[in-house]
Write a protein that binds this ligand. Structure first.
Ligand code: 26W
Length: 793
């Protein structure tokens, strides 16, 4: 099919005509996209089968359980990983089809929200690319993360619909369907070998797997991402069939359904159990069919729990081993503890999952019982270590205060607990999880996040990829640490010139896209200053936008003030129920209105909010950035992964010493990054002891005062829209230290602008240092660490 141009073109045309009963000349880009993708999928299938066969012999496999997989588009990436991209591009070109246009037809598989889901996708790519036996398990949401529509500067949410035209990359495997029980009660059965339990009168939901191929670079390994879809089961005899159908299908309908009421909470809990119950049983079936023993399951299988969402896998494995296969508690626990490893992705306490017992117990009666038993044994072991310390035991218990604490269950049931950047892991050990760390220090370890350079460099930035290839050879494609070779060229003017031409090319492409999408003409010679990530108070998009407003004020009121032209680019979705975050989006829009249209700042300050930020948009934005905004309140960002993507594409970071920025600084050196603001220690000291008064900054800094006043004096709107933001900064004492860090941020930005404008050669060297230091942030490095230190694969 892909062996020579002629047979490729013939097959392509013939299949197009046969599938759509249409002549090739009349076919649409969408039809061409589907046809090409189907051909690629078929091409993959033999390697896919072979990988499966090979892995049956493998000593040990990993399963990565995650409620999110943020894959983005697959056609282009698969072609790259198969080594076919450029070939197919030219063969299609020959029949007047631009491959990029076909790629643009593909909807993003947007089954995730942010960093956690994208990390899971990068990990799958690295596992397959390094030939490791590692598979993903997730949910096939009918609708991924909502589509963001901007209406008068307000975010509106539309249901996303990636399956609308069918999805070429999946294979439905009805024969591997699993039944998942909910509700009902637990029966006690007396048997010769003791008391056994049985979940009875349950309502069953059918979990149907859809498999997606995960093609590794070089095409030798094709792993599997198995996504489960919920369907009605004939095992359930229901009074109210329509209600049962609706309730069942809701399980795999939406990612993160609204959980502000009990009904929503039940649905989320159902999703979590649905994912883990189906996954655990399919993992065990496969293990047994390979001739494996259950007592030594942990020697053949490692299961990773991505944050707490899949943590019910722990009691579920216990249940299956005991109730279905008659293992004793102790044997089952030994297997379970040694099978699971858990990653924490946040220190924000509001994101730590806890389920009210009143919701949990009726929905999952047998699982609840097992968690009670785990809790009792866990508390007993705490008692042995800390006799009489009731308070500590209550703080550490898995069930307490009428709630099930998912993180505590994860720690108790796993042999490994890791954070996602060095600073984050230290904070877990010393603060958030300190008592657990004291109790079992050996469990805790760090695995600094990474990103797959195959998507974020080879795919997203072909221009930079070719320049790198011609400069340092192709080795970096398989071993990203070879990017360090680039450091040799930091003084090479010819290379620096080429590098800046590549950046300019990417900026031109983005400039065109911004014009198409936003109708705004931006200047590609201006500084592209970019902040794209989930909208959250701790990430401080607010600091960025207030700084823009302050610059506007300086231009208007300080005659001697000078700044180089800047284009501030934002992309962010706010969680639908997160009122404050949505208001910040509106603020960005209002500031854009003001500065983009004022004759005094027009062309000097431009603000662009790009709608519906997602993986495929990130692939356009990141390669075009000059400045990467990583400005979270220190101690709050677990790691960040966008920071790494920007660095690898030659953007220079303006950032706080938070998350992985700390490790980025080590790679670039202090002269090639703009670090500012409070340190994590200082933030945590203020959080603990108080002593910060935001009002002082308002009173003592005229620029801050003028800027904040504009939130409420009608400059931006006359309906009082931004009062809540004003209040959060002043009457609510600025929880995220926006005002405290303001001056340091302003001055870091000024320093960056000065170098960009006055010393472009130095700026280019900074770009080189960022690219050459970024290899360590390939997820290949991260996955090697997981594989050797945690999974032992
Ligand atoms: C509904 C519960 C819940 C809470 C928080 C779901 C999802 C979240 C976040 C969106 C989780 C997340 O994406 N965390 C990010 O994980 C990245 C990968 O480790 C880190 O780089 C980011 O710092 C962290 O915020």
């Amino acid at each position: 099919m892909f062996s020579d141009q002629k047979s490729f073109q013939e097959t392509f045309k013939k299949r197009l005509e046969q599938s759509y009963s249409i002549s090739f000349d009349d076919s649409t880009r969408a039809q061409q996209f589907v046809t090409l993708s189907q051909m690629v999928r078929e091409h993959i299938s033999s390697e896919w089968i072979e990988t499966n066969e090979r892995q049956r012999q493998e000593k040990k496999q990993t399963y990565y359980l995650s409620i999110e997989f943020l894959l983005g588009r697959l056609l282009g990436q698969n072609l790259i990983n198969l080594g076919l991209y450029e070939t197919i591009q030219s063969w299609l070109d020959d029949i007047d089809i631009p491959l990029e246009e076909l790629e643009d037809i593909e909807p993003d598989a947007g089954l995730g929200n942010g960093g956690l889901g994208r990390l899971a996708a990068c990990f799958l790519d690295s596992l397959a690319s390094m030939g490791l036996p590692g598979h993903g398990c997730g949910i096939r949401y009918k609708h991924g993360l909502f589509e963001q529509k901007m209406v008068n500067g307000f975010q509106m949410e539309l249901p996303e619909n990636w399956l609308r035209y069918g999805y070429v990359w999946e294979v439905r495997k009805s024969d591997l369907t699993v039944e998942v029980p909910f509700w009902g009660s637990v029966d006690v059965v007396e048997r010769e070998d003791g008391v056994k339990f049985r979940h009875v009168d349950a309502e069953y939901v059918k979990a149907v797997p859809y498999d997606m191929p995960v093609v590794g670079y070089g095409g030798k390994t094709v792993n599997t991402l198995r996504l489960w879809s919920a369907e009605t089961s004939s095992f359930s005899l229901n009074q109210d069939v329509l209600k049962y159908k609706k309730d069942t299908e809701a399980i795999s309908e939406f990612l993160y359904p609204d959980d502000s009421n009990d009904e929503g909470k039940i649905l989320r809990l159902k999703q979590q159990y649905f994912l883990v119950s189906a996954s655990i049983r399919s993992i065990i079936q496969r293990h047994l069919s390979n001739g494996g023993e259950l007592r030594s399951l942990h020697e053949r299988i490692a299961i990773h729990i991505n944050d707490t969402h899949p943590v019910l896998a722990i009691p579920e494995l216990m249940r299956v081993l005991m109730d279905d296969y008659q293992l004793s508690w102790d044997d089952a626990w030994h297997v379970t503890e040694n099978t699971f490893a858990y990653t924490n992705h946040t220190t924000l306490s509001e994101a730590l999952e806890r389920w009210p017992i009143r919701i949990f117990r009726p929905l999952l009666p047998r699982i609840y019982m097992i968690i009670q038993e785990i809790n009792e044994r866990f508390c007993k072991s705490l008692w042995d270590q800390y006799p009489g310390d009731w308070d500590r035991i209550e703080r550490m218990a898995i069930i307490a205060k009428d709630e099930v604490r998912m993180a505590h269950l994860a720690i108790a049931g796993s042999h490994s607990v890791n954070g996602v950047a060095r600073l984050h892991t230290e904070i877990l050990k010393n603060r958030e999880m300190n008592e657990f760390y004291q109790f079992q220090p050996a469990k805790f370890n760090n695995k600094t996040n990474g990103i797959t350079h195959r998507r974020w460099l080879l795919k997203a930035n072909p221009e930079l990829t070719s320049l790198l290839s011609e400069t340092i050879g192709e080795g970096f494609k398989t071993d990203a640490t070879e990017l360090s070779k680039l450091a040799l060229y930091v003084e090479d003017p010819a290379f620096l010139e080429k590098l800046s031409r590549v950046k300019r090319k990417r900026k031109d492409i983005l400039t065109k896209l911004i014009y198409e999408r936003n109708g705004i003409k931006v200047d590609p010679t201006s500084i592209f200053d970019v902040q794209v990530k989930r909208l959250h108070a701790y990430k401080r998009q607010l600091l960025n936008v207030l700084h823009i407003l302050a610059l506007y004020n300086k231009v208007k009121h300080e005659p001697s003030f000078h700044m180089p032209p800047r284009t501030f680019i934002f992309g962010a979705k706010a969680s639908p129920g997160y009122f404050y975050a949505k208001r910040i989006i509106k603020l960005i829009d209002s500031v854009a209105e003001l500065v983009n249209n004022d004759p005094e700042t027009k062309g000097l300050i431009t603000v662009v909010f790009m709608e519906n930020y997602r993986v495929s948009l990130a692939e356009y934005i990141i390669p075009a950035a000059d400045i990467s905004e990583q400005i979270s309140t220190a101690s709050k960002e677990a790691s960040g992964t966008g920071n790494m993507k920007f660095m690898m594409n030659g953007a220079v970071t303006v950032g706080t010493l938070d998350g992985a920025n700390v490790e980025i600084l080590e790679q670039t050196g202090p002269d090639n990054i703009f670090i500012f603001g409070l340190k994590a220690e200082e933030v945590m000291a203020f959080d603990r002891d108080g002593g910060y008064r935001s009002m002082d900054y308002y009173h003592h800094d005229p620029l801050i005062r003028r800027t904040l006043d504009q939130l409420v004096d009608g400059t931006l709107d006359d309906k009082g829209l931004f009062g809540v933001i004003y209040e959060s900064l002043l009457s609510e004492n600025d929880q995220y230290f926006v005002l405290k860090d303001f001056e340091a941020y302003r001055s870091a930005q000024e320093a960056a602008g000065r170098i960009y404008e006055k010393n472009p050669q130095q700026w280019r060297k900074m770009m080189v240092k960022n690219i050459s230091g970024s290899g360590i942030f390939s997820s290949d490095r991260t996955i090697k660490e997981y594989a050797s230190e945690i999974w032992k694969i």
